[in-house]
Design a protein around this ligand. Structure first.
Ligand code: ATP
Ligand code: MG
Length: 321
């Protein structure tokens, strides 16, 4: 039994323009203690996947198929009451928009204390003590715990949200662009802290980010999402050394070279697919230089190749310099 596994997950948002098919059949397996980096262009469904796991989707979202197994139990079959017990304590999330994750009318420290007390049988003083430790850990002055979210800067709020997510020592942490509001120096600090904690607590992590450099430094496995699906996943080193999917290749080519003072950036040509009416066949086919007839009619399954997984009909034939 896997520690965590997603099987055949499908989810759409009902909108006035039709169904936005944000997750179009995702399969994912994780071992305990693993760190998975989830990458992909804006709008490909990364946040939707994270929110589905915690069942924190907005009302217009509908999960129509699949299972989300945590310790072998399907989270999609849990009652809301059971999910409340699981959230924060066993699975928690650092939200992409830090502002929405904090309640503006409560002091930041109190919010974290409440979250701890809701799940753990400890005294209020012990919970406060832990909040102080958490604040130091993420680089916030513990003296600020008594302030309200609006008294924090954007970067401070983001740190507070990370502290909150870690408060109950979750087994699985979903971190959705956790450091985008921070400058590079603080970004590095926070990432190192989270890494340290992951090792100390044996935490499993799904790290959602556009930043492939961060994935290469902190994750064991990398998965690439495109048009609501995972199109490739492998050990990070293998994937960066030898990307198999044409989309992954484009993504890696678009990273600016470290020592290139000109800072050239080759972006992938064309638009990401519309999730209202995704293209037939492989959803990358309209942008793919290797596309052939079959790519426009038949959807390539995610299949094993070179120790990883790839969803491309012609992965064996596509060169990589
Ligand atoms: N509440 C909603 N109602 C309708 N459509 C939505 C809603 N939330 C997200 N979407 C759409 O679902 C798709 C996936 O969005 P999602 O936020 O999961 O992408 P993402 O990969 O996290 O993007 P980003 O990198 O910009 O954060 C997008 O087409 C988005 O416009
Ligand atoms: Mg997102």
């Amino acid at each position: 039994m896997s520690f965590f596994e997603i099987q055949g997950l499908r989810m759409h948002y009902a909108t006035s323009r039709g169904r936005v098919k944000a997750i179009r059949g995702v399969d994912l397996k994780m071992d305990k203690g693993q760190a998975l980096g989830l990458a992909g262009e804006s709008g490909c469904g990364k946040t939707s996947l994270g929110l589905s796991i915690l069942r924190l989707l907005p009302n217009n979202a509908h999960i129509t198929r699949g299972r989300i197994l945590f310790h072998g139990e399907d989270l999609l079959r849990k009652s809301e009451e059971e999910m409340r017990r699981i959230r924060w304590k066993y699975i928690s999330m650092v939200f992409q928009s830090a502002m929405n994750a904090l309640n503006p009318v409560y002091r930041v420290g109190d919010q974290i204390v409440e979250a701890i007390l809701a799940h753990e049988d400890i005294t209020k003083d012990e919970a406060k003590e832990r909040v102080s430790e958490l604040f130091s850990l993420v680089g916030l002055d513990p003296g600020r715990a008594g302030q309200y979210p609006h008294e924090y800067s954007g970067g401070m709020r983001q740190r507070a949200v990370i502290a909150m997510a870690l408060a109950c020592h979750p087994e699985l942490l979903i971190a959705d662009e956790p450091t985008t509001a921070l400058d590079v120096i603080h970004q590095k600090q926070i990432i190192e802290k989270m890494d340290e904690l992951r090792e100390k607590l044996g935490m499993t992590m799904i790290y959602i980010t556009h930043d492939i450099a961060i994935i290469s430094e902190t994750c064991d496995v990398m998965a690439v999402m495109y048009g609501g699906k995972i199109v490739e996943s492998s050990k990070v080193r293998d994937l960066l050394r030898r990307p198999m999917h044409p989309y992954t290749q484009g993504l890696i080519r678009s990273i600016p070279p470290l020592h290139d003072s000109v800072g050239r950036l080759t972006s992938i040509e064309g638009e990401p697919p519309s999730l209202l009416s995704p293209p037939r066949g492989c959803s990358f086919n309209p942008r793919c230089a290797y596309s052939r007839d079959i790519c426009r009619t038949s959807e390539p399954p995610l299949r094993q190749l070179n120790g990883g997984l790839v969803a491309c009909h012609f992965a064996e034939e596509i060169p990589w310099p």
